[in-house]
Design a protein around this ligand. Sequence first.
Ligand code: CU
Length: 310
Amino acid sequence: MIAEFPLFVAVADSFLQPAGPVAEAQLEHLKTVTILTLIAIIPPLLATPWVLWRFRRKKGKGRYLPEWESNKTLEWLMWGVPILVVILMSVSLARITLRLDPYKELGDDPLQIDVIGLNWKWIFIYPDEGIALVDELIVPDGKAVELTLTTDTVMQSLRISAIVGQIYAMPAMTTKLNFIADGVGESRGMNTQFTGEGFWKQKFPVYSVSEEEYRKRMEEAKQSTLELTAETYAILAEQGTSEDAKKPLGIEGLEGPIEMVLGDPEIFNRVLARYMTGEGMTPESQPGSPEYDPKQSPLPPASDMPMMHM
Ligand SMILES: [Cu+2]
C-alpha cells in the first residue's frame, strides 16, 4: 500500500512551492498581504475576550461611564489603521501587478512557443526547432520563455501554478505569457476555464530540464514519424483528449505524449485565419463542437490581415 501512496508529491503544482521567479513573487505577495491583513485581524481577536473578561458582570473591573462619548486616540486607531492597511495593500498590489505583467519579457531573446488550445488538449509549437508537442511542455531550466496563445475552440485559460499564473486564450486572437522555470523538475499545467466534459483531463506536464537534456528531447521529437500538417491538425482538432487522438493518428498504443515534426510552419497563423475569413462559424466548421467536420472546414491559408493582440 505504501508504494501506491508516496509520502511527497514530486510534481510541483502550486505557487506555494514556486519553481520560477513569477510564482516566487506571487508567494512573496501572498505573505505581504497576509501580514497586512493580520494587522487588522489580530487586535479584535485579542481584544474581544479581554473586553468580555474585564467588563464581565460579576467581579468585572471596568468603570461605569454613562457619560462617555468619544476618545480621540481610539478614533485615530480605528480609522487610521484600516486606512493604512488599505494604502499599503494597494501600493503592494499595484507594484506586483506591474512587475508580473504576463506580456513583459523576462530575459533577452526568450524562447518562443506557440500554443493552440483545443477541446481537450494543448498543442505546443516550437517554431525554431520545427517540432510540436501535444500535452507536454519542455523548457530549458533558467531560460526566459514566451508563450503566444490562441484557441481553436471556446475560451480557455492556461495555468502552470508552480511557475506562472494563468492567461486566457481565445479564438481569432493571441495572448502572451512570459515565464522562467527555475531548477530542474516537473510541474503541471492545466486549462482552468471549464470547457465541457473532458475539461478535467486537459492537464499536461511541464518539464524544466538542463540545456543538454533540452537539446536531446528536441532531437528526439525531430525523429518523430508524425508530422503536424493541416490534415493531422484536423484530427487533433476533433473533440477528445490527446489519448483519443492517438488511434486516428495511427499511433494507437504508443505510450507518452504525442511528439510531431512541424510539417506546416504556418499552422498557428492558419488557425488564427480560420476566424478572419469574414464568414460566420457554423457548428460543422467549429472545432470543439460535436458536429465539427474537418472536411467541411479545412484550415484557410495564413491570413495577411494584421493579427489582433490583446
Ligand atoms: Cu479576446
